[in-house]
Design a protein around this ligand. Structure first.
Ligand SMILES: Cc1ncc(COP(=O)(O)O)c(C=O)c1O
Length: 407
């Protein structure tokens, strides 16, 4: 999207504002399916947690995606968006047994990542097919918080506990129809995927009636021009070949599944915010915007570096800025960043604002969550309105302070 189009959207819908480019989402989806075109049965389950607006889910449904969910609420959003239960997989961690049962009752594929839960579920519902999330003990991911397949991680059942898994399966007579792994996010080296895939293939040999192998996600996307990214095409070539060979050896039709979040929506997203103040101090020039980590927490939470462009004045001479928010604590989006000269009132566009941005937004400092717009066929369509004061009060119960408390 061009700087001019982004500024026009900020003028039309106000700011701060999230904008998602529908065409980019579609192209990323097609890039992935093209890369794995040699696999007969491929299933892409979009990870709803990345961005859960109903319009985005509908768009992904339209282009052929399924959904990966982590809570019953995400399952309900998916059903609301028109997905049938058989197009949804549910991969929770640490949820209540009742929630797991409720989701299974809806006809959604469940994925279990805990031995005690597996045993309990198998004993109670032996006929419900279950996928098992394996922890392959592979250290991968761009940040400690998003590396989830290593030995200290709370996710998955250890690959070393396979004998125990098999005992539970035998004792309960339950039906395991899939196995799954997800080692982390922002994985650059395709060797890591291929190495972990071998562990999953080995694990798969223990089950006779699998329908699918789920390789999770974790593809690294570029955050700025010429940035490094996972080589999806190369991974597609190598993993497809290996998967097809394994499926032949396994002797049964197998589906290869992925559950990408970032890969599908990260680069499609822009976050637009207005510069309220430019403040020269003894050490830097701050550009203070009308937002904060309440709306975009990734830089403070993960140290992620979102490319920032002054779309109001993209051709101006570049200067160095520290871009900060309006929150009442340190709230830095970027340090010492080269951006075209900023004036108060300019609109800054943050790139890669599609994944884990709006979905992690909060009302901290009692601010409204931003509006969301889908950019489709050359125009912006409002897909979530900006919150209002009523939204802040919506679930609060008016309270009469007892007279006895008066001083
Ligand atoms: C189990 C699982 N699957 C898929 C994803 C999506 O990962 P990404 O956004 O890196 O594609 C995550 C991310 O947290 C996850 O935990």
């Amino acid at each position: 999207m061009s700087p001019k189009e982004l500024v026009q959207l900020a003028e039309e819908f106000g700011n701060p504002l999230y904008v998602y480019d529908a065409e980019k989402i579609k192209n990323q989806y097609l890039r992935l399916t093209d890369a794995f075109a040699k696999v007969e049965s491929l299933r892409i389950n979009y990870a709803v947690k990345a961005l859960s607006n109903i319009a985005i889910l509908q768009l992904l449904k339209q282009i052929g995606s399924g959904l990966d969910t982590v809570s019953i609420q995400e399952v309900q959003l998916g059903l609301h968006a028109g997905f049938t239960p058989d197009r949804i997989i549910y991969t929770p961690n640490g949820v209540s047994f009742e929630e797991l049962e409720e989701v299974a009752e809806l006809g959604v594929q469940i994925n279990i990542d805990n031995l005690s839960v597996l045993e309990h579920f198998g004993a109670k519902h032996p006929t419900v097919p279950v996928c098992i999330r394996i922890n392959p003990h592979v250290m991968a991911g761009g940040n400690a918080n998003i590396s989830v397949g290593h030995i200290d991680s709370k996710f998955g059942i250890s690959i070393h506990q396979m004998p125990h898994i098999l005992r539970i399966v035998e004792n309960t007579g339950m039906h395991i129809n899939g196995i799954h792994m997800h080692t982390g996010s922002d994985i650059l080296d395709i060797g890591v995927f291929l190495y972990a895939a071998e562990i999953l293939f080995d694990a798969a040999k223990n089950f006779k009636e699998l329908d699918f192998l789920d390789f999770g996600s974790g593809f690294k996307v570029p955050y700025k021009k010429d940035d490094i990214e996972t080589d999806i095409e190369e991974l597609g070539k190598k993993l497809s070949k290996r998967f097809n060979a394994f499926a032949k050896e396994y002797g049964r039709d197998l589906t290869l599944a992925f559950e990408p979040g970032k890969f599908l929506v990260s680069e499609a997203g822009f976050f637009l915010a207005k510069v309220n103040v430019v403040k020269q101090t003894t050490s830097t020039v701050f550009a203070g915007i009308d937002s904060g980590f309440n709306h975009l927490i990734r830089p403070m939470f993960y140290g992620s570096q979102h490319h920032i462009e002054n779309v109001s004045n993209p051709k101006a001479k570049e200067r160095f800025y520290t871009v900060v928010g309006y929150i009442c604590e340190t709230d830095t989006f970027a340090n010492n960043r080269k951006i075209s000269e900023i004036k108060e009132g300019d609109i800054l566009a943050f790139r890669n604002a599609g994944a884990y941005c709006f979905s992690m937004a909060s009302n901290y400092n009692s601010r409204f969550k931003p509006a969301e717009v889908l950019w489709i066929d050359g125009k912006g369509v409002l897909i979530r309105q900006r919150e209002t004061f009523e939204d802040l009060l919506k679930n609060q119960i008016p309270f009469e302070v007892p007279v006895a408390l008066e001083v």
